[in-house]
Write a protein that binds this ligand. Structure first.
Ligand code: NCD
Length: 494
């Protein structure tokens, strides 16, 4: 992934995904956060006359209050909606309209919303920059800034650090943003999900595709201490360790051999952080009492290999992190929460250009950079019910990245979830095929002539006719595979 190294790269920018910030942007936030902590007084009044609007349509304590404290410590004002039932949403107002209107009252808008992709929609309509404070199960980029800042300070850097992301990796938005950022900073990631709460496929595919991560399965080893009893502590339980293929090889990546299942161990001198998260009950992850789930207790921490670890948690905690470890020097989560204020002050500082001479303002258009082929054909809906494209149809413009995995899939550019595109049509012939045939009929199909469908019924409803059965007979040279259609298109575009 190309890094944007422009100084002042955050000015007027919306932060929807952690990927909207380059490494240089994140370093610039940390540099100001460091300075704020050394000279709080110097920063007071810098945002005088500016207003932040906080639109919180989901419960929040830390994120909203630390953003509001951040703005007030900069001397700016805050307007806030934090009870959805007291806003025009109950009258049926769209998020797009709310973003347009509230953007007229403020210089920056901080949005938390239960719908995946809501922050992108707000960023498209708001006249001022939007900061995503958590959109459904999708992303939470500013929590990641707090996490990285805490880890960097405690461990002295991120490159080569190992971070075990534990708990609800399926519904937890903090771990999605954090995984992408850790990958970019050259840290190694270990996934220790609760049973049935594995990291979604789209995150793994992006880690491998966009960040050149190398995924290896290991046996839990010392990490089995995170499970008190049950099958996970027994033989055979594995974790996915994600090693980032480095530009300059470092020891960990070189020693990892795909396909072997070694025990996860921590040798002396290797830094490990355990990042604990709660079950996201509000997103359907209800504790059945039977599914195993990683927890941290004083017992867990007795393993000698955990002597130098750090423990992080975005909070709130429920029962996955015992209060009995709160006073342990390895526990950093309250510090992590407190650092939310200087980190968010620094982010606002850069977005509003508070260090610039004279007044600056405004917003850069929100554009999402995509590595692969973008598809914006009509009639294809994201299969994620809680995606903003299915909730605010009149205001969203669905776009997808074409992904080739076991079959063709379309990754929604609002919520990132992938939907299987089982059928594909040719807009010139109006014939449709099972999408696996796309690879056989290449190179004839140009992307502009392709229509993807979620089912044969959808293709028929759009006026396409089914392909004659004996397709292989006419194109035997492609029937045996080779590259995929997607590879062909990419090759042509390169
Ligand atoms: C997290 C969130 O809202 O996603 N909390 C936070 O912002 N500190 C984590 C959670 O709610 O579990």
């Amino acid at each position: 992934m190309e890094e944007d190294v422009t100084v002042g790269g955050l000015l007027g920018k919306s932060i929807v995904s952690v990927d909207d910030m380059s490494i240089a942007d994140i370093e610039a936030v940390f540099a100001i956060a460091d300075d704020i902590r050394a000279h709080w007084d110097h920063y007071y009044g810098k945002a005088s006359g500016r207003i932040a609007a906080t639109l919180f349509y989901e419960p929040s304590t830390r994120t909203r209050l630390s953003f509001e404290a951040a703005m007030q410590r900069l001397g700016g004002g805050v307007i806030s909606t934090w009870d959805v039932n007291a806003s025009s949403v109950v009258k049926g107002e769209s998020l797009a309209d709310t973003a347009r209107v509230v953007g007229g009252y403020a210089d920056v808008m901080v949005v938390r919303h239960p719908w995946d992709g809501a922050a992108k929609l707000a960023a498209e309509y708001s006249p001022v920059p939007v900061i995503n404070a958590g959109d459904g199960k999708h992303e939470h980029p500013t929590q990641t800034l707090c996490d990285l800042y805490t880890l960097r300070e405690h461990h002295g850097g991120l490159r080569g650090l190992r971070v075990a992301l534990c708990g609800d990796l399926l519904h937890g938005r903090t771990v999605h943003s954090l995984a992408f950022a850790l990958a970019r900073f050259g840290a190694n990631i270990i996934f220790v999900p609760g049973e049935g709460n594995e990291m979604p496929g789209y995150v793994l595919r992006r880690l491998a595709g966009d960040y050149h991560a190398h995924i290896q399965r290991e046996q839990l080893g010392v990490l089995s201490a995170l499970f008190d009893t049950g099958p996970a502590s027994g033989e055979g339980a594995t974790v996915d360790a994600i090693y980032i293929t480095p530009r300059e090889p470092h020891q960990l990546a070189m020693s990892s051999i795909e396909g072997t299942t070694v025990q996860f161990q921590v040798s002396s001198g290797e830094a490990l952080s355990i990042y604990v998260t709660r079950r996201q009950k509000e997103r359907g992850n209800v504790d059945s009492g039977r599914a195993r789930y990683p927890i941290v207790t004083p017992e867990t921490l007795k393993a000698s290999q955990f002597r130098d670890i750090s423990i992080l948690h975005p909070l709130p905690r429920v029962d996955e992190l015992s209060p009995d470890v709160d006073n342990d020097p390895r526990s950093l989560y309250f510090k992590q929460a407190a650092l939310g204020v200087p980190v968010r002050m620094a982010l606002i500082w850069h977005i509003l250009g508070l260090g610039e001479e004279g007044p600056v303002g405004g917003k850069r258009p929100y554009l999402r950079s995509v590595e692969g082929l973008v598809y914006a054909g009509p009639g294809f809906d994201c299969s994620n019910e809680t995606c903003v494209t299915n909730q605010e149809r009149r205001f969203t413009h669905p776009q997808f990245e074409v992904v080739r995995d076991s079959g063709y899939k379309l990754r929604c550019l609002y919520c990132d979830l992938e939907t299987a595109a089982t059928h594909v049509g040719n807009t010139q012939s109006h014939i449709y095929y099972p999408s696996e045939l796309l690879d056989r009929i290449m190179p004839s199909m140009l992307p502009e002539h392709v229509r993807f469908f979620r089912s044969s019924d959808a293709a028929e409803a759009a006026g396409f006719r089914k392909v004659a059965d004996a397709w292989d007979k006419y194109h035997p040279e492609h029937a045996k595979g080779g590259g995929s259609w997607l590879d062909m298109v990419r090759g042509r575009q390169a």
